[in-house]
Design a protein around this ligand. Structure first.
Ligand SMILES: [Zn+2]
Length: 367
C-alpha cells in the first residue's frame, strides 16, 4: 500500500492570482500551478495544512484525472512527502530539528532525519584550533556530527576570543580542552576526544580513523603532515590561512581526488621557486592571528565541505580550492587536477565521479 503523502510542510503555499498558486520559493523545486478552480485551491490548502497529517493525503485525489495531474506535477518537483515526518535522533541542539527542514528539502524522499542519523555516526577530526578551527568544531557539533577529535598544541590567546567559539574565561587553557568544553556546552551528546598534536609532525588521530580530518595551517600547506592520511585512505580537508585570505581545499579522498602534493606541484610548475617560499612560510614562528571575517567565513565554507562529504555528496573542494579573500569574503574557485608527477593516482581504484567517500573501516590503501 502506498504511503499517504502531503505537501512538504516547509514549502510555503502562496497565492499569486485567482486560480494560480505557487508552492515553494526555491528555484530548485518551486512550481507554479495555474488554471485552478476553487475546489482545487481548497484541496491544495488542505494538503498543506497541519491537519493533512491526520486526514486524507495526495493519494485520495488520484482517481480524478485533474487532481491526478496536479499530484504528478507536485511529485515531479519532490514536493510531496510522507504525512508523518520522522523525528531526528541527533546529538545536535534540539535533536537537530532546526536543520531538519532544509535537509529534508534537499532529498527527493524528504527524509532529512536520515542525514542527521548518518552525521551522528560520523567522526571528524579538526587539527589546528585557532578561531577558525574552534568555530568549525562547534559548528560541526551543532550540525549533529557525533564524534569530534580535537588537536592543537597551543593555549587560547586573547586574540582567539570572540569569532568562533572561545570566551575570555578560556584564555590560557589548552585550546583542545577549551573546545572540548565548549562543544559539551552546546551539544552534550557529541563525543569528543583530544589527540596530541605537535604542530610540526604528521597529523595524529585516534583509532579507528575519522571519516574526515580537517587540517588548519598558516602560510602554506604542508603535504608531509597529511602523508599518513593519504597512505591510509583517510579523507581530509586542507585549510590554509594566508596574508589576507583563506584557502579551503583541496578536499582529498585519497586515490579519488587530486591531493595536496598535486596542488603544490602545479604551483611549482608556475613558480619554480615556490617550494622554497613554501618552506619559509611553513617555518615562520610568529604568533598567527586569524582575522574575524576570514575566520568566520572560512569556518562556514569548511563546514559545508565536510558536511557535503558526510551527507554522501561530492564536496566542491574535491576538484577546486575555495579562496576566501578579505575584505568581502566572496569566494572564488581555483580548479585543481591530479599532477602527472604525483603518485597519488596509483591509489585510485574507483572512478572519480560519484565515487563513495572512503569511510572508516572501508579505507583505500589499507585493505
Ligand atoms: Zn597527488
Amino acid at each position: 500500500m502506498q504511503r499517504r503523502r502531503v505537501l512538504r510542510p516547509d514549502a510555503p503555499l502562496l497565492r499569486r492570482a485567482p486560480g494560480e498558486v505557487q508552492v515553494g520559493t526555491d528555484p530548485r523545486w518551486s512550481v507554479r500551478l495555474a488554471g485552478l478552480d476553487p475546489d482545487d485551491e481548497a484541496w491544495l490548502r488542505e494538503l498543506a495544512s497541519p491537519s493533512a497529517r491526520r486526514g486524507a493525503g495526495a493519494e485520495q485525489a488520484t482517481t480524478s484525472g485533474r487532481r491526478a495531474a496536479l499530484v504528478r506535477l507536485l511529485d515531479e518537483a519532490h514536493l510531496l512527502v510522507p504525512a508523518r515526518r520522522k523525528r531526528p535522533d541527533s546529538p545536535a541542539p534540539g535533536k537537530g530539528e532546526a536543520d531538519l527542514a532544509v535537509l529534508s528539502a534537499l532529498r527527493a524522499d524528504g527524509a532529512g532525519h536520515r542525514v542527521l542519523a548518518a552525521r551522528s555516526r560520523a567522526t571528524v577530526a579538526v587539527v589546528g584550533l585557532g578561531r577558525l578551527g574552534a568555530g568549525l568544531a562547534v559548528h560541526l557539533a551543532t550540525a549533529g556530527v557525533g564524534t569530534l577529535v580535537l588537536g592543537d598544541p597551543g593555549a587560547v590567546l586573547t586574540t582567539d576570543v570572540g569569532v568562533g567559539a572561545y570566551r575570555l574565561r578560556d584564555v590560557g587553557s589548552p585550546r583542545a580542552t577549551a573546545v572540548q568544553r565548549l562543544v559539551g556546552e552546546v551539544a552534550p551528546g557529541v563525543v569528543t576526544a583530544v589527540v596530541p598534536e605537535t604542530g610540526a609532525g604528521t597529523v595524529g588521530y585516534g583509532a579507528p580513523p575519522p571519516d574526515v580530518v580537517v587540517v588548519v595551517e598558516h602560510g602554506a600547506a604542508d603535504p608531509g603532515r597529511v602523508a599518513r592520511l593519504v597512505g591510509e585512505g583517510v579523507a581530509h580537508l586542507s585549510v590554509v590561512v594566508r596574508e589576507a585570505d583563506v584557502v579551503v581545499g583541496p578536499f582529498v579522498r585519497p586515490g579519488v581526488d587530486p591531493c595536496l602534493t598535486c596542488v603544490e606541484l602545479h604551483r611549482a610548475d608556475v613558480d619554480p621557486c615556490w617550494p622554497q617560499l613554501a618552506r619559509q612560510l611553513r617555518g615562520r614562528t610568529l604568533p598567527a592571528g586569524e582575522e574575524s571575517l576570514l575566520a568566520a567565513s572560512a569556518a562556514a565554507a569548511a563546514l559545508g565541505q565536510v558536511l557535503a562529504a558526510l551527507d554522501g555528496l561530492v564536496p566542491r573542494a574535491a576538484t577546486a580550492c575555495i579562496e576566501i579573500p578579505a575584505p568581502d569574503a566572496v569566494p572564488r574557485l581555483r580548479e585543481t587536477s591530479r599532477h602527472p608527477r604525483c603518485g597519488c593516482g596509483e591509489l585510485a581504484r574507483t572512478p572519480p565521479d560519484g565515487a563513495p567517500l572512503p569511510m572508516s573501516g572501508r579505507r583505500r590503501g589499507a585493505d
